[in-house]
Design a protein around this ligand. Structure first.
Ligand SMILES: Nc1ncnc2c1ncn2[C@@H]1O[C@H](COP(=O)(O)OP(=O)(O)O)[C@@H](O)[C@H]1O
Ligand SMILES: [Mg+2]
Length: 264
């Protein structure tokens, strides 16, 4: 992959291999045979309409959902193996959600140290050092003692990213990380994600930020109705989509203020 100037964020960025993934809820088939490979250090953006299964796919990778069929491998570990150590898998994967999910009753610093202490067994001082380093990376070292509620949405999301990074993940999953933010704070969050990409992190990002996808993603995957409709280089999928469904989706996302007539 590119990014030879890596300043080594991810000690061992992992690959992800998804093969024939099916997930249903009762009679609702949400993922209908998704296959997708992500190379170590690669950034793949998942785009597609609401309800197409993007979040479900990310949640399967992190074992928050159990697929009915298909395989997922992270590095050389098959995480869909029924005997897999789920906690061990989750330790390797950082996840950032639309809602930041910070602990409201803990300081920013405590939000970053608590899982390092409990899950990784780090000492208080080691956890603190890692936390401060990662707060520095997201430009919020001066907020260590603040409560989450004292921060803007964008700042809270940067804390959530720093918290995930403090676990030294091999893979980062982002599920619409900027969708709940005030427009003026979106850029700061995207710029941190951009840095992370440059540093060689493997990233799977669900986003509606097409400029980010075009500029930062190595590849873009367009999902609709639980299948991958189109995938390829970001500039091709966004700049010159081949499929009608991709074209329709992109024109809506890129011209959100236009009034569209419903499709027949
Ligand atoms: N826990 C659940 N139980 C039942 N249906 C669900 C559940 N999670 C998601 N779904 C359904 O699966 C479909 C895909 O959802 P989701 O993966 O969230 O799509 P996206 O992230 O692309 O908007 C939707 O129809 C949604 O209502
Ligand atoms: Mg979603």
């Amino acid at each position: 992959m590119k990014k030879s100037t890596a300043t080594a964020t991810a000690a061992h960025p992992a690959s992800v291999t998804i093969d024939g993934l099916h997930k249903s809820y009762g009679s609702l088939d949400v993922l209908k045979g998704i296959s997708l490979d992500v190379q170590p250090g690669e950034v793949v953006c998942l785009i597609g309409p609401s309800g197409s299964g993007k979040s479900t796919l990310l949640r399967c990778v992190n074992l928050l959902e159990t697929p009915q069929r298909g395989r997922i491998q992270i590095g050389d570990v098959e995480v869909t193996d029924p005997d897999v150590d789920i906690d061990a898998v989750r330790r390797r994967v950082g996840m950032v959600f639309q809602q930041f999910n910070l602990f409201p009753n803990m300081s920013v610093l405590k939000n970053l140290t608590v899982a390092q202490r409990k899950v990784l067994g780090r000492s208080e001082s080691a956890a603190r050092q890692t936390a401060l380093h990662n707060l520095e990376r997201v430009g919020l070292a001066d907020k260590a003692d603040s409560a989450p509620a004292q921060l803007s949405g964008g700042q809270q999301q940067r804390v959530a990213i720093a918290r995930a990074l403090s676990m030294d993940p091999e893979l980062m999953l982002f599920d619409e990380p900027t969708s709940a933010l005030d427009p003026e704070t979106v850029g700061d969050v995207l710029s941190i994600m951009r840095d992370l990409a440059k540093e060689g992190m493997t990233m799977l990002v669900v986003t509606h930020e097409m400029a980010f996808a075009r500029d930062v993603a190595d590849r873009v995957v367009f999902m609709d109705g639980g299948v991958v409709v189109e995938e390829g280089l970001a500039r091709d999928v966004i700049g010159a989509p081949q499929h009608q469904r991709t074209q329709t989706f992109l024109s809506r996302v890129l011209n959100p203020t236009q009034v569209h007539t419903p499709e027949s």
